[in-house]
Design a protein around this ligand. Structure first.
Ligand code: NDP
Length: 330
């Protein structure tokens, strides 16, 4: 590709000697941005395919899973695993095959032509023959101090991940969209009672989902209701709500926030197509974006499933697509 090949050692723990550096600009075959299950799975596949991937971990190394406690639904862990341990395992597996996983945030990109340009932490320049975007999405929270206090001990943004821990108990879900409706009906199958807290006098979810919520006997929908505070000593024990100006106290063990996610696509939007909510659009059945050589995977493309395993699967696709793309260039 006309790059000047030069062996370097980096300040990172894992120094792969195959990647290419020329002058002040580091040149890589495959740059992976993001360190959740999608990014690390892409790194495992890309490194095994000799693409010597360099992965930047971003603002939240390990991604959203590091904020959860037990993960029981990722295949291969029959006794469950904590989110942080699973991410360390994925990282170690990627590094075993030579992927470099580095601290750092990709702060801007230029995807106007190949090699693609990326700036890390506002200063370091990288040129990449292919780029895999695995930056994920961030769950939105209400912004209450008490919510912050109980994150991981009663407050969650993922019913599929954490619902099981509230089997037979009372929980609340906040939000009136499809996610909240799905989470409420999912939790209703596990829990004794589910309060669905909706700030307006109606739900935004699809008609089918609203009907499903209405048909579920152990969901109590509280319209025109806001959450004032989540209460408890060490774990969540209840919440103080305000319904049409009146304070109301509910006893709950779990508080699920389902008010949407923000896909981390901001720096790519000038180049890759995104939908109206900012999710990166990929060509159906592939990880290909509209920019040849740029691939996307994980929660930044997925507003429906948002699971570690679906993200990992799409990371695999992205690496295979990148490998094929590079093979076709020669
Ligand atoms: P949405 O943006 O659709 O809904 C967010 C909900 O949270 C709204 O009801 C909103 O209220 C409420 N909300 C936002 N901020 C606050 C706040 N501060 N306090 C209280 N409530 C708040 O997000 P979703 O995650 O539900 O869905 C995102 C997209 O993904 C949608 O397009 C949805 O259709 C899609 N989706 C599809 C699924 C499927 O097809 N199976 C499953 C899940 C999602 P308000 O209405 O008042 O603004």
């Amino acid at each position: 590709m006309g790059f000047q090949f030069q062996k370097v050692s980096t300040t990172e723990t894992n120094t792969d000697q195959n990647f290419v550096v020329g002058g002040e600009v580091e040149k890589v075959k495959c740059l992976i941005i993001g360190s959740g299950p999608a990014g690390y799975t892409a790194a495992i596949y890309a490194s095994r395919a000799n693409l010597s991937p360099v992965l930047y971990q971003g603002l939240e190394p390990g991604g959203q899973l590091t904020t959860t406690t037990e993960v029981e639904n990722f295949p291969g862990y029959p006794h469950g695993v904590t989110g942080p341990v699973m991410m360390e395992d994925l990282k170690a597996q990627a590094e075993r095959f030579g992927a470099q996983s580095r601290w750092g945030i990709v702060t801007s990109v230029d995807l106007s032509q190949r090699p693609f340009k990326a700036i890390v932490d506002g200063s370091k320049s990288i040129e990449a023959e292919t780029m895999i975007i695995a930056t994920g999405a961030t769950a939105k929270y209400l912004g209450l101090d008490s919510e912050e206090k109980f994150k991981g001990s009663g407050v969650s943004a993922c019913a599929t991940c954490d619902g099981f821990f509230y089997k037979g108990k009372n929980v609340a879900v906040v939000g009136g969209g499809d996610t909240a409706a799905e989470e409420a009906t999912y939790l209703a199958g596990l829990c004794k009672k589910v309060y669905l807290i909706i700030r307006k006098d109606r739900m935004r979810a699809s008609k089918a989902m609203i009907e499903r919520v209405e048909r579920t006997a152990n969901i109590e929908v509280l319209y025109e209701t806001m959450t004032k505070e989540i209460v408890g000593s060490n774990v969540v024990e209840g919440a103080i709500l305000v319904q049409k100006g009146q304070e109301k106290h509910i006893e709950i063990d779990g508080f699920f926030v389902a008010i949407g996610h923000t896909p981390q696509s901001e720096i790519f939007k000038a180049w890759v197509n995104v939908d109206e909510e900012g999710y990166i659009e990929t060509i159906a059945g592939t990880s290909k974006t509209n920019v040849p050589g740029v691939f996307a995977c994980g929660d930044v493309i997925d507003k429906i499933y948002k699971q570690a395993i679906t993200a990992a699967g799409s990371g695999c696709r992205a690496a295979l697509d990148a490998e094929k793309f590079l093979a076709e260039q020669h």
